[in-house]
Design a protein around this ligand. Structure first.
Ligand SMILES: [Zn+2]
Length: 554
């Protein structure tokens, strides 16, 4: 049931309801598309319920624990060593810089909504070490600093050296630091680094694609922060060169380098790479308006969510190569389902929702968020799953959560992701307000012509009742779109991959405005392909037994 607070100070608007047609935004080539603008995490205060506890654990336990692990494993010292401030050698694996960037990014978010001078000083100290490690030409990767310059960018495509991946995380963290603090210190580091990358790669220069996607989206975010088109052009180069490997070594299907992006229809290869890849395509579409990119993103969305999605919202069925399997290959006991891949699916879903605010995208986002991502971290906040089996006898690698990993991508990604969760609640398109998912929170939504305070009170996901109070700064008429979750409409996931074992749910969804029932007008409802359901059913996993966004139980 959804109802508004009985006594609003001012009349609220016309109510509309989410949904879902495949209407393609009209756009021209090389022009940005008007998309839904998410409400920044800085403007949403989670102030009750399960999420307030989870975010507090993230602030007080997860991020401090991961900083400690970064210190103990030499990840932070690597920057001081690269600078010459500390004696020693590089420690650990060649991708370790990225973990520091991700944990710092989470700390920057936390400090924005919960200012802590001690944490700010600590983070500033790390940032100073990172900035000092930048070479005069802009290069920054501590694994290669001190080695011959000939070693730089030597094994981009055939060897997983992760230089461009690490640099992508540095650029993204720096842009977010600038947005959250207004300080240019790290943004300037990112610009210098991006300019260096741009001097090496691009049309008429070196032809390569990052072995692990991340840099592409970071460059687009840098473009948005600086309005310098060269960063968008470089991002487009890296996205578009995938699948064109006649004159360079290929990353193969493992890195989605098997076909040109515009020809891709099936999600394959390494699952984290794959989800970042899809998010990059959608993100690039929003800046270019290229309909071929949108068509590719939609085909890959269908492949991911209608044929390769676990009931928990996890993706990546196969341990070998940490990769996607074939259509409907979704084993429980040997599921790989890396936490980072679940986070990547959230990114992909969110980018698709911004383009076309359909409930199906948030349905998948929510399923992955509650089951895959939250399951990836212990309730105590200091232990993590790397892979997330759906069936386990408690034995074997990945059956128990661990405090840290040599390859610590998942814990550091959880650090980056969890404080950003408030940014997934709301959005606006012009003066239309979108309410996506449900948490006790107070938000200030700055729409095109008005500011609206939105307050939610709910025990979601334990209880489906949600109270939403909408308080515009001035009396106004505008549209509010409230998502009616698919799980409340007998639609556990997009398409027909899953169905409920029992088709009757509890009471139907009710909407009350100022205490009075109103008719629900579903717009863009998920289209169901009943005719195809029976034909495909024999190859797919059993029906979901979910009655809430929490589909799994671990
Ligand atoms: Zn991971």
């Amino acid at each position: 049931m959804i109802s508004t607070r009985p006594a609003l100070r001012r009349p609220i608007a016309v109510l509309g309801f989410v949904a879902l047609s495949a209407a393609l935004p009209a756009c021209a080539l090389a022009e940005p598309v008007k998309t839904v603008t998410p409400v920044s995490l800085a403007d949403v205060q989670i102030d009750g319920g399960m999420w307030a506890k989870r975010l507090e654990i993230s602030r007080t336990v997860t991020i401090p624990a991961c900083f400690k692990h970064c210190e103990e494993t030499g990840r932070i010292d690597n920057f001081a060593v690269a600078t010459g401030l500390k004696e020693g050698k590089f420690q650990g694996a060649h991708y370790n810089d990225s973990d520091v960037y991700k944990v710092v990014q989470g700390a920057v978010y936390i400090n924005k909504v919960h200012p802590d001078p001690k944490l700010e000083r600590y983070v500033d100290g790390i940032l100073a070490k990172i900035a000092a490690a930048q070479q005069p030409d802009g290069y920054l990767d501590t694994f290669f600093t001190g080695k011959s310059k000939n070693d730089r960018f030597k094994n981009i495509s055939p060897g997983p050296r992760h230089e461009l991946y690490c640099m992508g995380h540095l650029i993204e963290m720096s842009v977010e630091h600038y947005k959250m603090t207004g300080k240019r210190t790290m943004l300037d580091v990112a610009i210098k680094l991006a300019d260096h990358i741009d001097s090496v790669f691009g049309p008429g220069k070196r032809d390569a694609v990052p072995h692990h996607q991340e840099l592409e989206s970071a460059l687009i975010k840098l473009y948005r922060a600086t309005e310098q088109p060269r960063y968008l052009e470089l991002a487009q180069f890296f996205v578009d060169r995938r699948g064109h490997f006649d004159d360079r070594p290929t990353v193969t299907f493992y890195g989605q380098d098997h076909l040109p992006v515009r020809s891709q229809s099936e999600i394959v290869g390494h699952a984290v790479r794959g989800m970042y890849h899809c998010a990059n395509i959608a993100l690039l579409y929003t800046e270019t308006g290229d309909p071929e990119l949108l068509a590719a993103a939609r085909r890959l969305w269908q492949s991911t969510t209608q044929r390769k999605l676990y009931v928990t919202g996890a993706v990546g069925a196969v341990g070998r190569g940490e990769s996607f399997g074939n259509d409907y290959q979704l084993p429980n006991g040997t599921a790989y389902a890396e936490t980072c891949a679940g986070i990547g699916l959230v990114y992909f879903a969110h980018e698709m929702w911004k383009i076309s605010p359909e409930a199906q995208y948030i349905d998948v986002l929510e399923r992955a968020l509650y089951n895959e991502v939250l399951g990836g971290v212990a309730i105590t906040g200091d232990a993590f799953f790397y892979n997330n089996k759906l069936l386990s006898n408690g034995e074997g690698w990945g059956s128990l959560r661990q405090g840290w990993f040599r390859c610590a991508c998942c814990p550091s990604n959880v650090c980056r992701f969890m404080p950003a969760v408030p940014g997934y609640l709301y959005g606006h398109l012009g003066d239309d307000l979108y309410i996506n998912t449900f948490m006790s929170a107070t938000a200030t939504v700055k729409m095109d012509r008005r500011i609206v305070t939105v307050k939610q009170r709910t025990q979601y996901p334990w209880d489906g009742a949600v109270k939403i109070a909408v308080d515009p700064a001035e009396t106004a008429e505008f549209t509010i779109h409230v998502r009616i979750p698919g799980w409340a409409r007998n639609q556990p996931s997009p398409g027909d991959l899953y169905r409920f074992a029992r088709q009757t749910l509890g009471p139907p969804v009710r909407l009350r405005v100022n205490g009075e029932d109103v008719a629900i007008e579903l717009k863009r409802g998920v289209r169901r392909h009943q005719a195809q359901m029976d034909r495909r059913r024999r190859n797919r996993p059993g029906p979901a037994d979910a009655r809430s966004p929490c589909a799994g139980s671990r």
